[in-house]
Design a protein. Structure first.
Length: 198
């Protein structure tokens, strides 16, 4: 039973490929057999943090390389299955606030996590310029992820009109590359027969 394995045995099995590193949380939470309540209750250490510790030992031939990488201070149970796979720690970044930025009449602060010196100050200047010029208007027409060309407009109304056109059957056909039907050729005017000189 996997839940009965020692940490050393789990690390050895991950290194040999007999246990997948990405499944350590599942193994520690339910013993690999679906009996989650008993295994989780038996663990004194947080199962998610324990999995990160074991993964770090198993995947890194020289764990001291990441000795300075923070291990605690993050809710790994919230990361697992949502934000990152094969987790071996986390990286704290300086967090600065830019703004306020006037968007649709509401003043907003923008959090920016970065190690690039001057980035927050630069964004802050941009926020100030936008806010002092009357603010920005924003409309959410859909939420999703896409990879496509960007089309820029001077005014939001033009962008909304363009979206309406692209969403219409005519616009969709044009954007999808469907050629417009060719107009019917105009009939040639009938020629009067030339008189026969004979």
């Amino acid at each position: 039973k996997l839940a009965a394995l020692s940490d050393e045995e789990i690390v050895a099995r991950v290194r040999s490929g007999r246990l997948p590193a990405h499944a350590l949380e599942h193994i520690l939470l339910d013993g690999g057999d679906g009996d989650g309540a008993a295994a989780a209750a038996a663990m004194k250490d947080d199962a998610y943090l324990h999995a990160v510790r074991l993964r770090r030992q198993a995947l890194l031939p020289e764990p001291e390389i990441l000795a300075e990488l923070p291990l605690t201070g993050i809710a790994y149970d919230r990361v697992f299955g949502h934000n990152c796979e094969n987790v071996v720690g986390h990286v704290p970044l300086p967090l600065g606030l830019a703004g306020p930025l006037n968007v649709n009449g509401t003043l907003l602060r923008i959090p920016l996590a970065t190690t690039e010196g001057g980035l927050v100050a630069s964004v802050n200047r941009g926020c100030k310029a936008v806010t002092l010029s009357g603010g920005a208007s924003a409309v959410v027409t859909g939420s999703g992820m896409t990879r496509a060309p960007v089309v820029a407009f001077a005014r939001i109304q033009e962008a909304i009109a363009f979206k309406a056109y692209v969403s219409s059957p005519d616009g969709w056909g044009v954007m999808a590359g469907v050629p417009k039907p060719k107009p019917e050729p105009k009939p040639k005017p009938k020629q009067k027969p030339k008189p026969n000189p004979n």
